[in-house]
Every structure is written in structure tokens, then in C-alpha cells.
Design a protein around this ligand. Structure first.
Ligand SMILES: NC(=O)c1ccc[n+]([C@@H]2O[C@H](COP(=O)([O-])OP(=O)(O)OC[C@H]3O[C@@H](n4cnc5c(N)ncnc54)[C@H](OP(=O)(O)O)[C@@H]3O)[C@@H](O)[C@H]2O)c1
Length: 257
């Protein structure tokens, strides 16, 4: 792993958002096993009794859980206050929405667009990254290995769109990608070692992809969340300053915007 000697000496303080399930949960588990890890803060909107994050917390005293509802800016502000005394090195946002139990689901054609669902998908898929940036920016200033990463999706690529459909999800991820590009410019002025990036995790068997697995299996390689977390960690650890402001696939290869 391409960690500099300097960075290896200082423990890494890491924030994972959307840590309650799928990719975010697997990432939190694996980050806690990294030899260079310091404090880990894992955000989730609600954690019920018996949730795996509670077991993890018992085993890892450096893990803290914090409440994070994507639509509540006050939760992001509280996170900023929580981490202020420690400083932050990595921020990884895994929050995402494709469908829900209230009938929200990806559109096959424009007639299926529902205004409230569209706004909700945008709110969950794009805004949290901006709110994390707003409330954590100053805490990344002194990091020796600052990484600000959003888990995006290849379907958010404008130039790669060959199939149409999925209006809200595609548009929200394209907006997220622009947010990442814009932040990469501002954050690089704050800390020259900064890498702000969007990463496509690869098709992964999770709550979010579950209803579409049958179709996806015919077209794509399917990963389990543990493999995806390993892939993403490898990409994040191998980032150098030259990768700032990019959109990458799970294997580290660049993706077209
Ligand atoms: N799985 C794939 O094939 C795939 C492919 C491309 C991109 N992605 C992206 O990967 C990321 C992780 O998704 P996943 O596959 O791991 O799905 P997942 O298991 O459904 O995880 C989504 C996470 O987002 C959280 N979340 C959703 N709405 C929220 C809200 N309003 N406030 C706070 N948290 C909220 C969920 O919390 P709850 O547990 O409370 O619902 C959960 O922790 C997403 O950004 C997704 O778009 C996934």
C-alpha cells in the first residue's frame, strides 16, 4: 500500500457516513482493522438493538457512533463539533437512495417521474456530501493524508449513459459528481495533499441493489460488500495528490464524467 512513511506515523482519524448497512458497514469494519487507524466515527440515522455496529463498538473502543439523518443539517453541524478536538483525515460518504418502502423506485420512462421522489433522491444522494464538506472543511486542514470521498455510481456518468431511464438516481449522482469536482478545487487550496474523489463501488449485493439483482447478474460482475469495501480501501490508500478531483471505478481506473 502506497502510504508515505510520514503518514504511517500518525494515526488516521476517519469518518464513515451511511455506516448502518451494505458498503458503509463493511468499510467501517475493515477500517477498524487498519494498523494506522486512530479514531473512527460511524454515522447512521438509526441503530436498533443488536445492530452489528453496536458489537463493533464493544470490540473497538476507538469507534464512536453518531446520529446522521441526511436531511438534517443540524446532525452535520454536531458532527463538526464532535470531531473538532481531534482533526479528521478521511471522510467517506456511503449514503445513498435508489428505492424505498414508500413506493419510491427508479423511473423506466419520464411519465413515471414524481416530483417529491425526485427531490428526495437528490436530497439524499447529493446534499450530504456538500453538508459534510461545509461542516468538516476546517478539520481537514492539518491532515497529512486528507481524503474526502463520495461513493457515487457509474450511472451518474453523462458520457457513459447509453440506456436512459433512472432519471432521479442518474441526475442526483451526476450532481454529486459536480459537487466533488467543485470541492476538489476549493479543498486543494486548503491542504495541498488533499484528494477529493467520487468512486463507483461496482455492482454490490446490498439493500439498495437487491430488487435489481436478477437483471444485474446477467450484465455485471457482482461483488459482496466485503469485497467492495476492500476494493474501495485499496483505491483510497493508493490515491496521491494527482488524483484530486477525479471519478474512479472500484479498481482505481478513471471513469468519464
Ligand atoms: N450496491 C450497488 O450496486 C451500488 C452501485 C453503485 C453505487 N452504489 C452506491 O453505494 C452507496 C452505498 O449503497 P449500498 O449499496 O451500500 O446500499 P445500502 O445498504 O442501502 O446503504 C445505503 C446507506 O445510506 C443510508 N441512508 C439512506 N437514506 C438515508 C438518510 N435519509 N439519512 C441517512 N442515511 C441514509 C442507509 O441507511 P439505513 O440503513 O438507515 O437505510 C445506508 O446506510 C450509495 O451511495 C449507492 O448509491 C451502490
Amino acid at each position: 500500500l502506497a502510504l508515505t512513511e510520514k503518514a504511517e506515523k500518525r494515526p488516521l482519524n476517519v469518518i464513515v457516513c451511511g455506516a448502518s448497512s451494505g458498503i458503509g458497514l463493511a468499510l467501517t469494519q475493515q477500517i477498524l482493522s487498519l494498523p494506522q487507524v486512530g479514531q473512527v466515527w460511524a454515522g447512521a440515522r438509526h441503530i436498533s438493538d443488536g445492530h452489528p455496529l453496536l458489537d463493533l463498538k464493544v470490540k473497538h473502543p476507538l469507534l464512536s457512533l453518531f446520529p446522521l439523518e441526511a436531511t438534517q443539517e443540524s446532525d452535520f453541524a454536531s458532527l463538526g463539533q464532535l470531531v473538532e478536538p481531534h482533526g479528521v483525515d478521511w471522510v467517506i460518504n456511503c449514503i445513498g437512495l435508489l428505492h424505498d418502502q414508500e413506493g419510491l423506485s427508479p423511473e423506466r420512462k419520464i411519465e413515471e417521474l414524481d416530483m417529491n421522489s425526485h427531490l428526495k433522491v437528490y436530497q439524499v444522494n447529493c446534499l450530504p456530501t456538500l453538508l459534510l464538506a461545509k461542516h468538516l472543511k476546517k478539520h481537514l486542514r492539518n491532515s497529512q493524508q486528507p481524503r474526502f470521498v463520495a461513493v457515487s455510481a457509474k450511472v451518474g456518468s453523462i458520457s457513459d449513459n447509453k440506456m436512459g431511464g433512472w432519471y432521479s438516481y442518474r441526475i442526483s449522482k451526476a450532481a454529486l459528481n459536480m459537487a466533488i469536482k467543485n470541492l476538489s478545487i476549493e479543498f486543494q487550496r486548503l491542504n495541498k495533499q488533499m484528494v477529493v474523489a467520487a468512486i463507483h463501488p461496482g455492482t454490490t449485493k446490498t439493500k439498495l441493489s437487491e430488487p435489481f439483482m436478477a437483471g444485474a447478474q446477467k450484465k455485471y460482475e457482482i461483488h459482496n460488500p466485503e469485497d467492495t469495501a476492500r476494493n474501495l480501501l485499496k483505491v483510497i490508500q493508493q490515491f496521491t495528490e494527482a488524483d484530486n478531483g477525479g471519478f474512479y471505478s472500484w479498481d482505481g481506473s478513471p471513469l468519464p464524467w
